[in-house]
Design a protein around this ligand. Structure first.
Ligand code: 3HC
Ligand code: NAI
Length: 699
């Protein structure tokens, strides 16, 4: 049963029961409508309480149902709300824990509302590229006032019920329960007290005006425009609330409905809904059941206090988990601790961290030069130099000292995790945790599953990742894992584009216009061009047949490593990050082109974007075929969280799906004919070719 019906004395209680968050899918809506009918047909029932079981009143419309016929199948949410409004017996919403989206709209349709304190109340539809589509934009301004309602609708942020109850003149809550525990009892008493009240109050009948309407909505529109570039929904929220303040209720509802339906089909909303589900799907591993017992992680050791070790440690200190950092020398430890302090102090200065919190976090940090001090840690993360010999020495030492059951993780970015595991007698406890730099800021965490990594280790690190606020994505063992394996192909295309006629600035500008945070050349300058150079030198040995542009090597030979040397593809002024095009670099590219006998051609932005993005897509399809990633949406999460792929395009796989895989394959066939490109690479991956031929999508 998705909505339970019970009668207590002369009060009927309808309880939504659709775990995990009482999403208002078709079965639940039907359950509410039927229970309501039952209550109204029972002469002994005088009033009705509507509440939610478990951890929410309701999290809103069922997002998984969107786009399917079920979403609008009668009774749709509008019909259910209408049925409640026209119930001859008073309906009291008893709200607790989470009351969001369609859940709040449902409550606003009830005659009365009582809320437990601490309930998160929101209309978060804008975060899915939508606006509230079941009267939220028309009823909330009437219940709360135009300005607070518009702020909630445009931001989508949750506000605690007790804060909302303090808004002067608010009609959202008729009563606040004294605690969550007493909500049920207080709701029954409240229902009893209004059982005979007539006429029944309706939010739709409340007045809705703003004293300086025109000026206010103009101001709101300007504010929203500046903040929501590339996203249509926030501006549309303003339009809908303006309709609430200027039109009759039913006319406002028509405006809201029309906008809602239009937004539902925008690529931006599709992308945001995809991301919502992809993020949650990423934490699930197909062969690791959700009830796998977890290992208890109460303390952590970190080996290496350099760039990554420091950032990694901060994540755990922030989550209240004590960390012991180990280094070879005291001065390296001192430097590491000083950097952590500096980072926290900058946060304190900006008002982002309270002084006492800073001190509390630092008090959880210990340092040592001796492995024996680590033996009791529940988990250790290694972040030493990227050399297999160094890793071997460290893991042998860890194997010697760490207590049984401790998880041994490596932050290696390129090395073979199975090989690292083989340095120990407990490969089942070894896992890769590939953090991204700066590790205390970047949300992505690639969890590298070795051939022997135990399932409970996987389950534990996925939960731990959530605790330290990372989006974890599982990758199998391969060179570059998911993200860097793909970026190598993207980088190669960048090189070919230079050889064929582009400048770095032209390539960067085109892909940044597409929405990437940074083009490949600005990114190279930020990360250090020497890193790519080292990888290429290895590739020249390993894969002598692989085609590469040599332009980037010439740049590195000049010592232009990027921001760290003040010069790379661009010039940099000390202390600033602005990329200034450099004429000598452009001349160097031209001279190299000439030496290769290439006549430059004008390359369109469209071709630049397609070659860069489709190179990611083709390699990603191979990654899926190889079983390195278990689902296409995981690859999207890697690129959205770690590589600056535009959010409103939903990741490379979602983007390819939206373009149509047939079109993507056609473009690849065209690129394969370009003698200056890599024809072998552009053979569509078999999985991609198959999906395109069958008219299917990745996701
Ligand atoms: N529909 C379907 N499933 C939902 C859901 C929803 N509205 N909201 C959450 N879930 C599911 C998640 O997919 C997840 O499922 P899983 O366990 O299978 O992975 C589970 O609930 C738990 O979600 P979280 O991991 O996010 O749990 P938290 O406790 O951290 O957060 C929450 C709970 C605050 C409710 C959060 O999930 C959330 O913000 N949900 C989205 C709410 C939302 O956007 N509602 C508006 C929907 S659109 C709408 O109502 C249209 C209407 O105007 C017509
Ligand atoms: P780093 O050079 O800044 O720090 C490494 C630290 O390890 C140094 O402080 C060094 O003294 C210490 N160290 C070396 N050998 C040691 C040993 N035997 N015992 C104890 N300490 C030892 O290097 P960085 O950048 O922090 O990289 C560390 C690891 O993280 C590498 O495996 C790297 O591939 C990986 N990584 C780096 C990223 C980056 O952007 N820098 C991103 C993701 C992963």
């Amino acid at each position: 049963m998705t909505a339970e019906y019970k009668v207590h004395g002369d009060i009927a209680i309808i309880t939504l029961n659709n775990p995990p968050v009482n999403g208002l899918g078709h079965a639940t809506r039907l359950g509410i409508a039927e229970a309501l009918e039952q209550a109204n047909a029972d002469a002994s029932v005088k009033a009705i309480v509507l509440t939610g079981a478990g951890k929410a009143f309701s999290g809103g419309a069922d997002i998984k149902e969107f786009g399917s016929p079920k979403a609008m199948q009668e009774p749709n949410l509008l019909s259910v709300i209408l049925a409640i409004e026209s119930s001859p017996k008073p309906v009291v919403a008893a709200i607790h824990s989470v009351c969001m989206g369609g859940g709040l709209e449902l409550a606003l349709g009830c005659h009365y509302r009582i809320s437990a304190p601490g309930c998160s109340v929101a209309l978060p539809e804008v975060k899915l590229g939508l606006l509230p589509g079941a009267g939220g934009t028309q009823r909330l301004p009437r219940a709360l006032g135009v300005e607070p309602a518009l702020n909630m609708i445009v931001s989508g942020e949750a506000i605690k019920s007790e804060m909302l109850a303090m808004i002067p003149g608010q009609k959202l809550f008729d009563k606040m329960a004294s605690s969550a525990a007493s909500l049920a009892e207080e709701a029954l008493a409240f229902a009893q007290s209004v059982a005979a009240a007539r006429p029944l109050p309706l939010v739709r009948n409340l007045p809705c005006k703003h004293p300086q309407g025109d000026a206010y909505f103009q101001f709101a529109r300007n504010m929203v425009k500046g903040m929501s570039k590339n996203f249509p929904a926030p501006g549309k929220c303003v339009d809908a609330v303006e309709a609430a303040a200027t039109k009759k209720f039913d006319d406002g509802m028509t405006v809201e409905r029309e906008i809602f339906i239009n937004l539902m089909w925008t690529p931006e909303s599709k992308a945001l809904r995809h991301i919502f589900l992809a993020e949650r799907a990423a934490s699930k591993i197909p062969d690791v059941p959700s009830d796998t017992p977890l290992r208890d992680i109460k303390s952590l050791a970190v080996i290496g206090a350099g760039t990554m070790g420091g950032g990694i440690s901060m994540n755990f200190l922030n989550a209240g988990i004590p960390v012991t950092m180990l280094e070879m020398k005291q001065d390296a430890l001192d430097r590491g601790v000083a950097t952590i302090r500096k980072n926290y102090e900058a946060q304190v200065k900006k008002g982002k961290l309270k002084q006492d919190k800073y001190e509390q976090r630092m008090s959880l940090l210990k340092t040592t030069l001796s492995y024996d001090d680590l033996k009791d840690a529940d988990m250790v993360i290694e972040a030493v130099f990227e050399e297999i010999g160094v890793k071997e020495a460290v893991f042998k030492e860890l194997d010697r000292v760490m207590k049984p059951g401790s998880i041994l993780a490596s932050n290696t970015s390129t090395l073979d995790v199975d090989k690292i595991a083989s340095f120990t007698k407990r490969p089942q406890d070894v896992v890769g945790l590939h953090f991204f730099s700066p590790a205390n800021v970047m949300r992505l965490l690639e969890v590298v599953r070795g051939a022997k990594t135990a399932k409970d280790v996987m389950a534990t690190v996925m939960v731990l990742a959530k605790k330290i606020k990372k989006t974890a994505v599982v990758s199998g063992v391969c060179d570059g894992f998911i993200g860097n394996r793909m970026i190598e192909q993207y980088g190669r295309q960048g090189g070919f584009l230079l050889d064929e006629g582009c400048t770095p600035a032209q390539v960067d500008k085109a892909i940044e216009k597409f929405g990437f945070a940074m083009g490949p050349f600005r990114m190279g300058d930020l990360a250090g061009n020497d890193i790519g150079w080292a990888i290429r030198k290895r590739r020249y040995q390993e894969k002598p047949d692989m085609k590469y542009s040599k332009t980037a090597d010439l740049l590195c030979e000049k010592g232009r490593y990027g921001q760290k040397t003040g010069a790379g593809w661009y010039d940099y002024v000390p202390g600033k990050r602005d990329a200034i095009p450099n004429a000598e670099v452009v001349a160097m590219i031209e001279a190299h082109r000439k030496a290769l006998g290439i006549t430059p051609r004008k390359i369109s932005d469209e071709e630049i974007v397609q070659r860069l993005v489709y190179s990611l897509v083709n390699e990603a399809a191979r990654i899926l075929e190889d079983g390195i990633a278990s689902k296409a949406s995981d690859i999207d999460m890697v690129y959205l969280m770690g590589y600056g792929f535009p959010i409103y395009r939903g990741g490379p796989m979602n983007y390819a799906d939206q373009v149509g895989l047939f079109n993507v394959v056609q473009a690849m066939k065209r690129f394969a004919k370009n003698p200056l490109d890599d024809a072998k690479f552009w053979q569509p991956a078999p999985l991609l070719a198959k999906l395109a031929a069958e008219g299917k999508t990745f996701n």
